[in-house]
Design a protein around this ligand. Sequence first.
Ligand SMILES: Cc1cc2nc3c(=O)[nH]c(=O)nc-3n(C[C@H](O)[C@H](O)[C@H](O)COP(=O)(O)O)c2cc1C
Length: 397
Amino acid sequence: MRLTPRRIHSTEDARRLAQRKLPRMVFDFVDGGAGREMGTARNTARFDDILLQPRAMADVATRDLKQTFLGRRYDCPFGIAPMGMCNLIHPSADRALADAARTLNIPVGLSAAGSTSLENMRQMAGDNAWFQVYFGGSQQATLDTIARARSAGYDTLILTVDVPQVARRVRDLRNGFSFPFKMTTRAFLDFATHPAWSLRTLHAGIPSPQNISADPETRFDRHASRAGADWTFLSKARDAWPGHLIVKGIASEDDAIRVVEAGADAVYVSNHGARQLDSAAAAIDLLPRIRQAVGPDTPLLFDSGVRNGEDVVKAQALGADFVMLGRPALFALGAQGEAGLNALLQTIKEDISVVLAQLGENAVSRLGPHNLFNPTPDASTRRTRAATPDLHVASKT
Ligand SMILES: Cc1cc2nc3c(=O)[nH]c(=O)nc-3n(C[C@H](O)[C@H](O)[C@H](O)COP(=O)(O)O)c2cc1C
């Protein structure tokens, strides 16, 4: 029985509710971007410029949302991107993400800057959990974190490489956002006017990063340079990690090719939700170019600007094998905790299924440039999709 009425039917619903319920400092940490925040707007606006081609009278009574990525079959073509400090949005955010990942059989990324220990997350999400590492402290400290993830049983590691230096995020600077929290008058008023969040957070304990060394010599400092994640380090990480290695934050064709040559198993096309470089191209514009550069066989993961099921379908049509949701999941958690998250994920799942029907497709695995109304020249080199989806496990809506 649903105890909370479903008030989230879109990312926009979730964002609006989250903005009301979260202290401004916390909402801005999630919602904000680098510089003047033109990049965050561009990421979503460019999705809206892409149009799909409806097709009529196909047999679409059953639709298959399953997608295989790095040898594993997931029930949906999307997962949750790694994001730091999720428990700041809601004390049980990571638990809710882990439960959703298991229930929906989708991957969830735990960040090195996460507020749940990687061991705990692996226990909660099982092998639906992926671990994401930043270069932090020193090369040895980072390799130690990678070894810790291996001991905890992870089989997929994401190395994020697009934060050589944390960007200037003006909202965070204005709000005095920092870790650990500094209780300024402004922060006090912000928390006092959001008592539900404040009481919940005080009761659970202020979250703190759980996957970084406490040793002052090697401690991960959010504002320290992470430029140590260079090509030499990538090769060391490759040697140290026998499982699947994904390199996240690739926004150039040349880098994508080099990442593949360095032995990574997948390229993660992302501009970090425009949280790093305001003038970066929209990630969805980079996707077909990178698909063309790496060819049809390299597994490509995508995020930045995905807000609904149509966006997931567009990214698939433009060359992504798998698509990750970032801010929308945190908005939903901020809006209504676990119930909000589940409502949003269900919405996106339903949306994808309905969109497939409009496009005359019965499987996500059949999507390609032929589904675009205005394919770009780059999109026409999209690989040929698998011909035989598992229709016996189709979702019927
Ligand atoms: C609050 C927040 C924290 C994030 N922390 C991390 C992180 O620790 N590691 C990482 O690789 N990416 C991090 N990201 C970036 C996301 O993984 C993802 O690339 C981005 O959210 C995609 O953009 P979108 O949310 O606008 O779709 C973070 C994003 C947000 C919103």
